[in-house]
Write a protein that binds this ligand. Structure first.
Ligand code: ADP
Ligand code: MG
Length: 250
């Protein structure tokens, strides 16, 4: 099992945003996570990726308890997330945004001071090559040297995915990758996700666009009010009366 989330609870003040979430993602699986606004989906991603701490519960990745590890430590283990609202550095070019997402850049920070300049230069070459590979894979070549603030919504989503790909991921958590993306770029994203999955990368995907999502994932979980309401194939889950009721606000 790649990711095991067990009985996660998280309250903000008196509000129980996560109320005992248990969920697993097998190695290399493509899994969807849907649910009405405010269900706690993004909060779950923040707990799993280490951006916020759960009150109780456990997150295991590749068998090991992640405890209080930082997002960067989790990323180095291959667990990556993207954000619902892309977090690119808008003044940096697409290429530099990708380079900034590379892990363990010893040229920066205190450790870099003690490294031989040759080592720092070698890393720079490696990171640049990796960024160029990601740019080619995501077909971002024509905009690679533009400030990323000038990208379209869809291109920013591609860049978010690209930032995750700089880190040799084994599981990527995508938070609404298709939101605000035009249909042509949604196709593009779906194809790239399929290709990455064929290489063994797993995905847990939060998405409102059920049409795009259900074409992509064989397994779907539905969250409502901080809990998993239903799980199964997209067909099973969307037929479930509990799910219909949650979506109608019943
Ligand atoms: P979803 O992604 O399913 O739409 P979220 O996880 O973003 O839902 O939010 C779940 C609930 O938790 C919402 O009611 C939201 O307002 C609340 N919430 C999320 N983050 C915080 C926070 N940092 N402080 C207080 N409340 C929060
Ligand atoms: Mg959300």
């Amino acid at each position: 099992m790649s990711l095991q989330i067990t009985d996660i609870r998280k309250a903000f003040g008196g509000f129980q945003a996560l109320d005992g979430v248990t969920l697993t993602v097998g190695e290399g699986q493509l899994v969807g996570l849907i649910g009405p606004n405010g269900a706690g989906k993004s909060t779950l991603f923040s707990v799993v990726s280490g951006f916020i701490e759960a009150d109780t519960g456990e997150v295991r990745f590749k068998g090991a308890d992640l405890g209080r590890q930082s997002p960067a430590a989790r990323a180095r283990k291959g667990l990556l997330r993207t954000f619902q609202v892309p977090r690119e550095f808008s003044h940096l070019t697409v290429r530099d945004n990708l380079k900034a997402a590379a892990p363990g850049q010893t040229g920066e920070g205190l450790v870099g001071l003690f490294l031989r300049p040759g080592e720092v230069a070698r890393q720079e070459v490696e990171i640049t090559a990796k960024a160029d590979e990601v740019i080619a894979f995501l077909r971002l070549g024509p905009v690679a040297d533009l400030p990323s603030g000038r990208l379209s919504g869809g291109q920013k989503k591609l860049l978010e995915l690209g930032r995750a790909l700089m880190v040799e991921p084994s599981l990527i958590l995508l938070d609404e990758p298709f939101a605000g993306v035009n249909p042509v770029l949604i196709e593009e994203l779906v194809e790239r996700i399929r290709e990455l999955n064929a290489r063994g990368i797993g995905f847990l995907i939060i998405e409102h666009d059920l049409q795009a999502l259900t074409r992509l994932v064989p397994i779907l979980h539905v969250m409502d009010r901080g809990r998993i309401l239903a799980s199964g194939t997209p067909g099973e889950v969307l037929e479930d009366p509990k799910v219909r009721e949650a979506y109608l606000g019943g």
